[in-house]
Design a protein. Sequence first.
Length: 386
Amino acid sequence: MPTTRDYYEVLGVAKTADAEEIKRSYRRLAMKYHPDRNPGDAEAEAKFKEAAAAYEVLADPEKRKLYDQYGHDGLRQAQGPAAHDFSRMNVEDIFSMFNDIFGGGGGGQGGFGGGGGRRVARGYDLETEVELSLEEVDKGVERDVEFTRLDVCDTCTGSGAKKGSAPIKCPTCGGQGKVQQTGFGGMFRMVTACPACRGRGQVIKDFCDACKGKGRTPRKRKISVKIPPGVSDGQAVRVAGEGEPPPQELSPGGEGMRGDLHVGIRVKEHELFQRDDDNLVLDMPISFAQAALGAEVDVPTLNGKSKLTIPKGTQAGTAFRIEDEGLPNLRSGRKGDLIVGVRVEVPKKMTKAQEKLLREYAASEDQAVLPETQGFWKKVKDMMNG
């Protein structure tokens, strides 16, 4: 899921930072927290991916403007491409996305510390969100999800070249697709993908008019997603093969495996119930008479109502359990319970008859209570008569 930390805080820059400052800060953090330098350190890998998510937004003028105005919620609600799911993305894929930052390092063909390429090219995962009510969590739901993803350009079939033209050998790497670079003052050298051709060994001279040489165009898509009963806020449903095709530098025509779409779950707050794992908690008011004498009351549930017996002498804060009126367990399907906490409400206004009866009750207990309230003009008359 996308980070909830402020993106400027993640990169350690001010909101007035220019594009070059943002780029430098991201590169510094990416090199610092790269998993190859922190083997087995899950926290470092998480920070590496968090920095990538922040940079993708702040390096894009439109996304940055939207983020500055509306924050993370604005990015989620924007009708643009679905967000890349950096938390689940392969480290090599992240390096290939920001090829220009690392001088072409990374990519699916074995970049910065990559240790070799994979046999099958794979596209990037995407992430979007849906908001559910507790009632939908209880029953499960099928939702239509709309998102925008990058697909192979229909005009050039992914080559990026104008119709009738062809790519030429890359002059930077001589068609090898790789270059040798020195990092950190000559302390080490690394062979990385060529920054000019991004590892392909060829560059395009005449760009396709439709995709401007990228080989990919944004395309809106709408699919139906089944969300099982019992999901929790923050979980995600994975839809295999609904992400992006492999990057152009790995597979111009999109051959290989598509990434996945991760549909993040957000559960709306309910006006009556709070969730505690698979149980639901209800704070229900009862009257003094019901608490003292006992009563049978109707308790609201997600599916209607249920009877609950309140014993005589029930104290405020007493909790009752109604079995199988909670939420289903995501794995077993077994229902949780409804926990009803009673709150004794003291009436703010009473009729004279009710007040009389209550005073008689107080007298029977020999309890000291305030005297009966007198009218304003009666108080004035008594005061004037001395």
